[in-house]
Design a protein around this ligand. Structure first.
Ligand code: GLN
Length: 250
């Protein structure tokens, strides 16, 4: 079992602007699952008025939630200052998780309806363009085997359609119920190394404990550069929630 000397720092990016549909629950889930394993967890909020990435320099997980187009515009402008920093952190193997708007801004760009194109961090080889319709509803996903054999559940609410620009970035899974990235290719989410983006709100991680642990493990292995086995937690309630939602469109 891991002892107290193990610790993980989580950077919550732009919580004042990108935090809709309960996305803060993802931070809470990561913190709880780390502390239930006796691993110290520190959450550092990073917002536009911080004006420097110094406070998140040694973070191991970077989280960005969803938001409306206007809030994304403000964040996109601020992110330009840190593009090289976040690219360096991603290349080191640190974990990134973007939900919906946060996902879109981890890609190359997001083009809203009536606003200028928003430049993204370019951590994922995807781009997003707003459509005339809005995808709203439950989503069920079968994870692609390259990651692990499992399923995901969540709730989508987006007008953005996300498309891949390179095979270096892969889809997280196949859509069983719902729309996912664009409602056309029946793919959901994207990942490249340890950078992950998904349209699943909900909150996402509390309902998908196996995925939460996958992220935690990647962050620990990147930080400590050793083989790590996570203590198995009692996820009876989380799994019942997951199963009650899987393959349900209502
Ligand atoms: N504004 C973006 C869209 O509509 C993202 C929405 C969200 O984060 N839920 O696609």
């Amino acid at each position: 079992m891991l002892s107290q000397e193990y610790s993980i720092k989580i950077a919550h990016l732009y919580p004042k602007l990108l935090n809709i549909y309960g996305d803060f629950g993802n931070i809470l889930a990561l913190k709880k699952r780390l502390e239930d394993r006796n691993i110290n967890c520190q959450i550092i909020n990073f917002d536009i008025d911080d004006n420097s990435c110094e406070k998140i320099y040694d973070c191991n997980i970077f989280f960005m939630g969803g938001g409306q187009d206007f809030q994304q515009h403000e964040v996109a402008n601020d992110l330009k200052k840190y593009k090289e920093f976040f690219s360096e952190k991603a290349n080191e193997g640190n974990v990134f998780l973007g939900i919906c708007g946060g996902y879109q801004l981890m890609g190359e760009y997001y083009k809203p309806h009536n606003m200028d194109k928003q430049e993204g961090l370019g951590l994922l080889d995807v781009y997003t363009v707003a459509s005339s319709k809005r995808f709203i509803g439950n989503v069920s996903v079968k994870i692609k085997n390259e990651l692990y054999n499992g399923t995901l559940v969540g709730f989508e609410n987006h007008s953005g359609l996300t498309y891949f620009t390179s095979q270096k970035t892969k889809a997280i899974g196949d859509v069983i119920v719902g729309n996912g990235n664009n409602g056309e290719d029946k793919l959901e989410g994207a990942y490249k190394n340890n950078v992950f983006g998904t349209y699943l709100h909900g909150s996402f991680l509390p309902k998908n404990p196996q995925f939460a642990d996958y992220l935690i493990l990647q962050a620990l292995v990147t930080k400590y550069k050793e083989k790590i086995i996570l203590k198995v937690l009692d996820d009876e309630f989380e799994n019942l929630t997951h199963e009650s939602l899987f393959n349900k469109s209502y």
